[in-house]
Design a binder for this molecule. Sequence first.
Ligand code: TYD
Ligand code: MG
Length: 458
Amino acid sequence: MTKPQRNTYVCQSCGATSARWAGKCVACGEWNTLVEETDAGPPPGSGIVARTKGRVVRLESLKGSTQEAPRFSTGIEELNRVTGGGIVPGSAMLIGGEPGIGKSTLLLQLTANLARSGRRALYFSGEEAIAQVRLRAERLGLADAPVGLASETNLSNILATLAEGKAPDLVVIDSIQTLWADTLDAAPGTVSQVRAAAQSLIRYAKMAGSAVLLVGHVTKDGQIAGPKVIEHMVDTVLYFEGDRGHPYRILRAVKNRFGPCDEIGVFEMVSGGLREVANPSELFLGDRDAAAPGAAVFAGIEGTRPVLVEIQALVAPSGLGTPRRAVVGWDANRLSMLLAVLETRAGMSFSGHDVYLNIAGGLKIAEPAADLAAAAALVSSISNVALPRDAVYFGEVSLSGAVRAASLQTARLKEASKLGFGQAILPESGEADTSGLKVKLSRLSHVKLLAERALTCD
Ligand code: TYD
Ligand code: MG
């Protein structure tokens, strides 16, 4: 006799379940996210059998023989960097990003690379028909690569295909939201379907030793369920971000059980697909205006790599009662804080002015060390004096106005020197080894000195 099916309401935003429908999810507070789903037991292949007697597992000690996880190269240097050196066999990865950002393109390039180097790479597309994928492969010049391609959305069919023949090195599922397990009554893309499909595929990865790469779409407002609820199940979570107006794409590791996170890979979307950008600083500084007020170059660190990027500020007289503060690529709260510090500690007034701040090239900066560069851009814009063209800035500004040391200062200076910058405005404390570098240092203890020094040094 089959168990009677039970209906539950699942929040499509956070995955919380409740017995009754409500307009607002009690767990995450989102509105209109509860969707009725039928709870039909374990997904296929998960092997969960109810009421069996448990088996005693052997307990191990923490000490023992260990090995560095074996990896294979992806053939794409930027992808190797983000994954911590390559793909670990048997690992499960999730690559999230907005639709149209370039996930399918990247993964087609990846599978083609692996297939060409003699590895078995499979690509299951649930979104595009075979002809569409072929067309794209043709355009990218990858049509000759021996990739195993299928257009399939049924989970059982995919698992059956995977069980056939030699275990593949990499399986790409594009995308997890299109898969459906026929044992579940819910529509594809709902939390229970996404979770069930991910569970089965991850179990397959561990069992067969094949790496599985799942694609998950996320929209700007996080409307579509999915990627968030499976982040904890997979070993590595990568986000592919970028502005569709810009050709640059940034692949960011936000979780990595086998390597560092916070590492970024930079790509450029060109007509021939995604091109690796080995030196992102050159790209973000690409077309700088000559001596325009309001632009400061920030010497930042992304992961382990120094990246120079231009921060642009525009301070304009406002006709509004409450002036506008708009930020692209930086934290809006951080801007408010910085403006308050400049007003209180450096005696500048931004009231009656609209303030706009933009990070060039579509990069998003989360580092506190960007404070000083943002402050310099603001000071430059409000006083309408251009900053020296060959200067870089970094340092965290505290609420007292003091400039605090940043991490990896020497690495930042080296990158600046490499790109021809002749001076650096940096915190008073912290190591800074300039031996062999042609960079003049200008140490700053307080943000109020910025206006005096930043604008007068030559
Ligand atoms: P796609 O990989 O389909 O995005 P996703 O899978 O994340 O939804 O990327 C589609 C975009 O990339 C589309 O807007 C066109 C652009 N593109 C190029 O600019 N050059 C190319 O060679 C390819 C294949 C795509
Ligand atoms: Mg796609």
